[in-house]
Design a protein around this ligand. Structure first.
Ligand SMILES: *[C@@H]1O[C@H](CO)[C@@H](O)[C@H](O)[C@H]1NC(C)=O
Ligand SMILES: *[C@@H]1O[C@H](CO)[C@@H](O)[C@H](O)[C@H]1NC(C)=O
Ligand SMILES: *[C@@H]1O[C@H](CO)[C@@H](O)[C@H](O)[C@H]1NC(C)=O
Ligand SMILES: *[C@@H]1O[C@H](CO)[C@@H](O)[C@H](O)[C@H]1NC(C)=O
Length: 387
């Protein structure tokens, strides 16, 4: 229903690329809503960024050869390269071993864990591996190989739910309630799954029969069958479930499960864009237990098409934001939502994705993107869902 906010008449936009003389043409809808603030520019080219705060600095990782990463003392840069996590191709013999996607990094007791995804685009031939270091600035990182794999080979690929999911887009969070670490993954197919990690964070608990739960899932009634007709690609023949890129965060008293919904990329020049609202947007649900069930603002379960849009295309220029993460207010003044987005004035190619971010405020416990910081604390805002 929230999708109606994006619906507008299809228009043909012609504009001049910042780089080229010739006009770049896209056919479709660039939502011009000012419901969301413009991104604060991160000044970093990044697809699926992941950022951690450590020792008064930000470390940003993104998909690319060897998983490049950067350090800055401001989220808007300047970003200084710290090299790559993987100097060699991943030891996992699967997918694009040199060019991992969508990393996710977490620190535990002085060790940094970088989860990375290997895949062949548009297939379930995927794996999530992990590399560690005790020196985030200079490495070296040690590659420990696979945590999960899907498709027709690899670690426990024949165990449910690896048999029905796609092992990319990892995320990890420590439950503040008991210190346990939880892992989510998934993209299209059966969407987002969650399991507990072992104490060394290198594998899944009970790997041969994991206690796994589906935490977000698109059912195929209604709208998503339209998407199937729009994008007949090699996805699950049963239909397109455009949910991926999960991320978990906590702000008392709620756990939040975030994800990207819609079409992330492949917006070729001169071709028709997806109907407004079917491009990437950032959505969320919340729960009082890290294992869920997660529900959106309308009370809809995330496992039944739920998901409240927190950030989407805006101002006729910002397009398809997604690949997000959240920095919770440890080392920052306020929670921060960061993501990649495309800028119509620059281009809509994969390489044009840039880091953007906004402050998060919570209204009745629901996150709202803001353009400026507001550090004054309103105690009635904290954990009070009764208003
Ligand atoms: C944290 O790391 C230190 C040094 O590696 C080790 O001695 C200590 O046992 C670790 N603590 C925990 C809780 O794992
Ligand atoms: C969360 O739910 C699990 C069952 O899935 C239960 O064992 C656990 O105690 C719950 N945690 C909290 C903090 O309520
Ligand atoms: C989009 O790109 C134009 C041209 O480079 C720039 O002026 C504008 O600030 C950018 N907007 C965002 C939100 O990145
Ligand atoms: C900051 O937040 C408080 C509490 O939500 C609100 O009353 C105040 O108007 C906000 N100030 C600004 C400048 O946004």
């Amino acid at each position: 229903m929230v999708l109606f906010a994006f619906l507008a008449l299809g228009l043909i936009f012609t504009f001049h690329s910042a780089r080229a003389e010739s006009p770049v043409q896209y056919i479709g809808t660039f939502p011009d809503t000012d419901e969301y603030p413009l991104p604060i520019q991160g000044n970093l080219e990044a697809h699926d960024p992941n950022i951690i705060v450590y020792d008064n600095a930000y470390y940003a990782f993104h998909g690319g050869i060897g998983v490049p990463y950067f350090r800055a003392t401001s989220l808007s840069g300047p970003w200084e390269s710290r090299g790559k996590v993987l100097k060699e191709p991943s030891i996992i013999k699967k997918g694009a071993r040199k060019r991992p996607w969508a990393p996710s990094v977490i620190e535990k007791n002085g060790t940094f864990y970088c989860y990375y995804a290997l895949t062949k685009g548009g297939t379930r031939q995927s794996a999530i591996g992990v590399a560690t270091t005790t020196n985030i600035d200079d490495g070296p990182w040690e590659d420990h190989g696979a945590v999960v794999s899907t498709g027709s080979s690899g670690l426990n690929y024949d165990v449910f739910p690896y048999t029905v999911s796609n092992a990319i887009d990892p995320a990890v969070m420590q439950d503040p309630a008991d210190g346990k670490f939880w892992f989510t993954w998934g993209s299209y197919w059966t969407n987002i799954w969650q399991v507990a990690l072992t104490d060394d964070l290198l594998s899944v608990e009970n790997p041969k029969s994991p206690d796994a739960r589906n935490v977000a899932y698109v059912t195929l009634d209604g709208r998503d069958n339209v998407m199937l007709k729009q994008y007949p690609v090699d996805y699950d023949p049963q239909g397109i479930r455009p949910v991926e890129g999960s991320f978990m965060s906590y702000r008392a008293p709620y756990y939040y499960l975030w994800f990207s919904h819609g079409k992330c990329c492949h917006f070729p020049e001169g071709r028709v864009l997806p109907p407004g609202g079917d491009e990437y947007s950032i959505r969320v649900g919340r729960a009082t237990n890290i294992t869920g069930p997660y529900v959106d603002k309308d009370g809809r379960k995330l496992t039944e098409n739920g998901g409240t849009i927190v950030y989407g295309s805006n101002h006729g220029d910002v397009y398809a934001p997604g690949g997000l993460g959240v920095l919770t207010a440890i080392g920052t003044d306020q929670d921060i939502l960061y993501y990649h987005y495309l800028n119509k004035s620059i281009g809509l190619a994969h390489k044009d994705a840039h880091l953007g971010w906004n402050y998060l405020a919570y209204e009745d416990g629901w996150p709202v993107a803001k353009s400026s910081s507001n550090t004054s604390t309103d105690p009635s805002e904290d954990g009070d869902d009764s208003r």
